[in-house]
Design a protein around this ligand. Structure first.
Ligand SMILES: [Zn+2]
Length: 109
């Protein structure tokens, strides 16, 4: 892969890494258990718990993404970035442009 492309991918990966880490940090409170004595009515308690579920699901996804981004960065450093971890074929630049942390080609995803 072209070194200038590598640098570009590294930049976007580091940007995503930063964003995901920020999100995980800022959502810690929202994911914490809804306290029973918060003085919420029955309905708003349910809403609060639904919100909490959403945040927890989002955090799960973001944590997975964080792991993918980190592994993509190390793959860049190792020089095998941009190849599918299953079939070893090159991942299309279009695919990498949309999700630089992707580790599989279109067929294996
Ligand atoms: Zn593949």
């Amino acid at each position: 892969m072209d070194p200038s492309m590598q640098k570009e991918y590294l930049n976007s990966l580091e940007q995503i890494l930063q964003e995901v880490e920020n999100y995980l940090e800022s959502s810690t409170d929202a994911a914490a258990a809804v306290e029973p004595d918060k003085g919420l009515g029955r309905l708003s308690r349910m809403e609060a718990m639904q919100d909490q579920q959403l945040v927890m699901e989002m955090r799960r996804r973001k944590k997975r993404q964080l792991a993918d981004v980190k592994s993509a960065i190390s793959r860049l450093e190792m020089g095998n970035y941009g190849t599918c971890i299953f079939c070893g074929k090159e991942i299309s630049p279009e695919r990498l442009a949309v999700t630089p942390e992707v580790q599989t080609c279109m067929r294996c995803s």
